[in-house]
Design a protein around this ligand. Structure first.
Ligand SMILES: Cc1cc2nc3c(=O)[nH]c(=O)nc-3n(C[C@H](O)[C@H](O)[C@H](O)COP(=O)(O)OP(=O)(O)OC[C@H]3O[C@@H](n4cnc5c(N)ncnc54)[C@H](O)[C@@H]3O)c2cc1C
Length: 432
């Protein structure tokens, strides 16, 4: 009888959905992760407590794979690697080794996607060559969150009214003022895509995605966050005081920029789901190896029925999560059939898989740690690192709760501002 396996390599269903070149890229990435990242996972993280030298070297080693600029259209020197499916599968591969390596790369991808979606030639011609050269690391930054909160920027119900960073036209330039927080690659990036508003009272019509190029006058980097997990990627804050950029560096225009922003959110959530499953797979590989060698009551730990049941729960989360994100990515990539990337059904599916896969990864790493006993909690093994990385993923992209609200919007007309006459009556001091 043929052996049934959840091994990634044997997932024929997924392989059949990919082009031959994407399959090749995935397999080279898998080899890279196996040979270059897995053996130095611990050292990579240690270097984040000093000079990030190893992290930067690893980013440099990734350059020949073409991931830095591969997401750009072929006419701009990229590989046309625009599909959510291939990107999420790549994220899973890298996530199994060190998710933060992909998180840093994704900064460029997410920064440039609005310009690609809008077909903004000025932005693409200016920045694409920086990403597609393979001599040096060139990072991008998608700056949405603000010091007052990230969710109010991302919450579709608020329709851009929560954005404080302003963009105003003056003398043929956009003039940016405000502050951003928690943006990956802030202070390191060459290009920033900044989520602004031209006038918050206009709602979605006021949302403006404006590009800035470092170094620039009026820009101040505020430092990086000291995180527990995903330490190899750096998130930080910045301030803009009258930063001027060319008028053509707005991604598209009124209304369309808000759509591109939502589509980017959906895309980012699918990628986060892929990363989460990579982390969970890494933890499963670790715990399977440990519980094979480690004995309890005369037999390997994994041969105890209760432990097999826990391993089954981990494996089920991975398998179902992988199938779910593959399905969401497949639909994202076919807007003519399933709806545009910014549409409610797509944002709902993307959010659902992000929530499910992050929860699965947190559960998997937590259970793996329990099966390894005290050794699950020490840095000699990698499960505790995966555990910290999984939690960080859950907190990004609107956090655990906003993503749930976005998921449920696909089921019914959830409206957090639902008119409630009873509340208004009570607030107004009336009695029932
Ligand atoms: C590892 C990491 C990487 C990141 N990378 C980037 C990046 O590249 N670019 C960027 O712009 N930002 C980035 N962020 C920021 C991230 O997107 C925000 O953390 C996220 O949007 C949540 O914002 P917040 O942390 O300010 O939480 P808040 O907005 O203060 O929310 C706090 C909690 O309240 C919940 N909540 C918020 N609104 C509602 C509501 N209406 N109803 C119910 N619950 C609600 C949230 O889900 C969350 O649980 C990153 C964060 C992390 C952790």
């Amino acid at each position: 009888m043929a052996q049934v396996s959840i091994e990634r390599k044997e997932n024929r269903f997924v392989q059949d959905l990919l082009s031959p070149s994407d399959r090749l890229l995935l397999s080279s990435t898998r080899d890279f992760v196996e040979q270059q990242i897995m053996p130095v996972r611990r050292e990579l993280e240690e270097s984040t407590y000093s000079d990030y030298k190893l992290v930067d070297e690893m980013q440099g080693k990734l350059l020949p794979l073409g991931l830095q600029g591969g997401f750009l259209p072929e006419e701009y020197g990229g590989m046309g690697l625009t599909s959510a499916l291939t990107t999420a599968l790549l994220a899973e591969e890298v996530g199994r080794g060190d998710a933060s390596q992909f998180n840093s790369l994704a900064g460029g991808l997410l920064a440039m996607r609005p310009a690609i979606g809008a077909g903004n030639r000025e932005v693409l011609e200016r920045f694409a060559p920086r990403f597609t050269q393979e001599e040096e690391i060139y990072l991008g930054c998608f700056a949405a969150g603000e010091p007052g909160g990230g969710s109010d920027i991302e919450n579709p119900d608020l329709r851009g009214t929560g954005i404080k960073t302003s963009a105003g036209l003056a003398g043929g330039s956009w003039v940016l003022n405000g502050a951003k927080a928690w943006a990956v690659n802030a202070g390191l990036a060459g290009v920033y895509c900044v989520v602004c508003t031209t006038d918050a009272s206009l709602g979605d019509e006021g949302v403006a995605l404006v590009y800035m190029e470092a170094p620039m006058q009026g820009f101040r980097f505020l430092g990086h966050e000291d995180k527990s997990g995903l330490r190899g990627s750096r998130q930080g804050g910045c301030e803009m005081a009258d930063v001027r950029v060319p008028e053509a560096w707005r991604a598209a225009g009124p209304g369309r920029d808000a759509q591109l922003f939502r589509a980017n959110q959906a895309f980012a959530r699918i990628i986060a789901a892929g990363l989460a499953i990579g982390i969970a797979q890494g933890a499963l590989d670790e715990v399977l190896a440990f519980t094979t060698d480690r004995m309890a009551a005369g037999k390997p730990i994994r041969q105890h029925t209760i432990c097999a049941s826990i391993l089954a729960d981990i494996a089920i989360g991975i398998q179902v999560g992988r199938d779910a994100y593959v399905s969401a990515a497949y639909q994202y990539d076919r807007p003519e059939t399933y709806g545009e990337g910014h549409s409610t059904p797509i944002l709902s599916r993307a959010s659902a898989v992000k929530v499910f896969c992050c929860d699965a990864a947190i559960g998997a790493t937590n259970r793996a740690m329990e099966l390894m006993g005290s050794y699950g909690y020490v840095s000699d093994y990698y499960v505790e690192k995966y555990w910290r990385d999984a939690k960080a993923l859950q907190l990004q992209e609107g956090g655990a709760h906003l993503a749930r609200l976005d998921a449920v919007r696909g089921c019914y007309d959830f409206d957090q501002f639902h008119r409630n006459e009873l509340y208004e009556h009570i607030r107004g001091g009336g009695s029932t």
